[in-house]
Design a protein around this ligand. Structure first.
Ligand code: MN
Length: 238
């Protein structure tokens, strides 16, 4: 992967950003589709994202087989990524996380819906996947491709899905989009929880979501946010 030094550096920076912004802790991961081979993706070996370096980045086939594992041990929940890449050709980056703020919206019948303009990218419809529906009582980890595909099916064409009692997945057209969406999913969870305590939220309409997403994903916003998050995460010295 010597040709992809910049790309791998960005993936490392994405790991650091997600850790710095509290989206991931010891757990959670971010991947990108391989730029030269859509049937493969790149993701760290099994480490806390804050600690990930370029040497940790591994290549996988969509069904989660490491291409050159060496002595590195992969994350168990690889099928989350492969399942989404299989059925969403336009998705080039996936984030999986357990941010505590988002969990209540997968645990209760109160749906996650966008309430602030910067949160538009999370989308109007955010389905909740419950592993128990098709796989019974488990430890909640997505460890088989059958489970990953089932999650991807629930995600459908949406950018975000929550996982009951577990966390969520975010899909993006590129790495910066998925990172931004994951950061603002968490912001939206906080704002929505506060709003629900005060009264009935006035959610973004689907048209507002569309316009706010276009604004947030415009390079003026996306590059500015990335530069800021990268600096906060110490990524400028990587
Ligand atoms: Mn997980």
């Amino acid at each position: 992967m010597a040709d992809h030094v910049e790309l791998i550096r960005d993936l490392v920076i994405a790991n650091r950003i997600l850790a710095r912004e509290g989206v991931v802790d010891a757990f959670g991961h971010v991947s990108i589709r391989h730029p030269d081979n859509p049937d493969r993706y790149l993701m760290s070996c099994s480490r806390a994202p804050e600690l990930v370096t370029a040497d940790d980045i591994m290549e996988f086939t969509l069904d989660g087989e490491p291409v050159d594992a060496r002595d590195r041990k992969p994350y168990g929940e690889r099928p989350i990524h492969g399942g989404i890449y299989e059925i969403r050709p336009e998705v080039n980056s996936v984030v999986h996380n357990h941010a505590h703020e988002i969990l209540p919206f997968g645990i209760t019948n109160t749906p996650m819906r966008p309430v602030a303009h910067v949160c538009g990218p999370i989308g109007t419809d955010i389905p909740v996947w419950d592993i128990r529906d098709n796989f019974g009582e488990t430890d909640h980890l997505v460890l088989t491709m059958e489970q990953g595909r089932d999650l991807a099916k629930t995600l459908g064409d949406n950018r975000v899905a929550l996982m009951r009692g577990h966390g969520g997945v975010v899909s993006g057209g590129d790495l910066r989009q998925s990172v931004m969406t994951a950061v603002y999913l968490q912001v939206n969870a906080r704002l929505l929880l506060q709003s629900l305590q005060l009264g009935v939220p006035n959610y973004l309409t689907p048209i507002e979501v569309e316009k706010c997403t276009a604004r947030q994903f415009h390079p003026l916003s996306l590059d500015r946010a990335w530069e800021y998050w990268r600096a906060r995460a110490g990524g400028d010295s990587l």
